[in-house]
Design a protein around this ligand. Structure first.
Ligand code: PBG
Length: 318
């Protein structure tokens, strides 16, 4: 059997931190690390040698505040990483995540309505996010990454109108060429725990159900995808992937638009742990079958932490 997935359609996510010579293990996230820019460059060198040339960057700042201001400050960790990657490997396509959750001290994806005035502990679920202030912050972050040389900015805060606001800010600042990958259908999923350990981004109160999608509803997901296309996205995304193959399929059938699927951290950890005692042949078989399913459902791009381990198999027949 063979697979239609090509190494060129695979995107490896990376967590970037400040400092030097750092490569930190992450709790419940086997085989993934937080890299400082220098060790990140080495790792991308390895990835590239395996034939994968697309990366998605998440920044983890040294300090967090209620506005998430480290996300767009000068020399923020992602901008530094993008610059170095583009100098060293101009052919690598860089996607940068645009969201505040790793930068805010409360762990939510946007600025809170109360952020200017009071503490935030007893907010109710209804619209505690200040959408306007969040859009302004996301736009600043996107412009900073575009200035550093990012090919795609990837808004994942699920703030209303985020793609339109970012497109407008990019154009206004002279970054018409910078593209947008919208995390269009992002579900309030239980599969994000290793990522939240990596980024220290668990919400300190409440959850994300007021801005991420209800996993029982397909219609809302399709509407979000349509909105992102209308707002100017170049690629739309469904996230997670494995429990959402129906959404991937429907999105592709309905819109015929470039589509990415995010095979998220919890999906990765389950497989990685489950395959610990399997032989190489079994591992290879299972991972390729799973990625083929995501591709068959309709994803053009697959964002996956399995990137390195599957790369060497993608060009050969099983
Ligand atoms: C939030 C964000 C999340 C992921 C990427 N960006 C999850 C969340 O905390 O809502 C998860 C990705 C993964 O689990 O691999 N902006």
């Amino acid at each position: 059997m063979s697979t239609n997935i090509k190494a060129g359609n695979i995107i490896q996510p990376y967590f970037v931190i400040g400092g030097k010579h750092r490569k930190e293990k992450i709790k419940s996230f086997p085989g993934q690390y937080r890299f400082s820019v220098d060790t990140l460059i080495d790792d991308i060198g390895t990835l590239k040698a395996l034939g994968i040339n697309k990366v998605l960057l998440f920044g983890i700042p040294d300090s967090k505040d209620k506005y998430g201001s480290a996300a767009y400050e000068k020399d923020n960790v992602v901008s530094l990483a993008v610059k170095r990657i583009k100098q060293r490997f101009p052919g690598v396509t860089v996607f940068s995540d645009i969201c505040l959750c790793a930068y805010t001290d409360h762990g939510h994806c946007g600025v809170l309505k109360s952020a200017r005035t009071q503490d935030t502990r007893d907010k109710t679920q209804e619209s505690f996010i200040d959408n306007k202030a969040t859009l302004e912050a996301l736009a600043k972050m996107a412009v900073a990454h575009a200035e550093a040389g990012a090919d795609y900015v990837a808004p994942s805060a699920m703030a209303k109108g985020q793609v339109r606001a970012i497109r407008k800010a990019l154009d206004k600042n002279g970054y018409r060429e910078t593209k947008i990958m919208g995390y269009s259908a992002k579900f309030a999923s239980n599969f994000y725990w290793p990522f939240r350990n990596a980024a220290g981004s668990s919400p300190k109160f409440g959850d994300r159900s007021s801005y991420q999608l209800d996993y029982a509803s397909a219609e809302a997901a399709l509407r979000e995808i349509q909105d992102d296309i209308e707002e100017g996205a170049d690629i739309v995304m469904v996230k997670p992937a494995l429990a959402y193959l129906d959404i991937i399929y429907r999105a592709k059938q309905k819109f015929g638009f470039p589509l990415a699927a995010y095979n998220v951290s919890g999906e990765y950890a389950l497989l990685k742990n489950g395959l610990k005692d399997a032989g190489n042949k079994e591992k290879k078989g299972v991972l390729l079958e799973i990625l083929a399913a995501i591709n068959r459902a309709g994803a053009d791009y697959i964002i996956t932490y399995h990137a390195k381990e599957i790369a060497k198999w993608l060009t050969t027949k099983i």
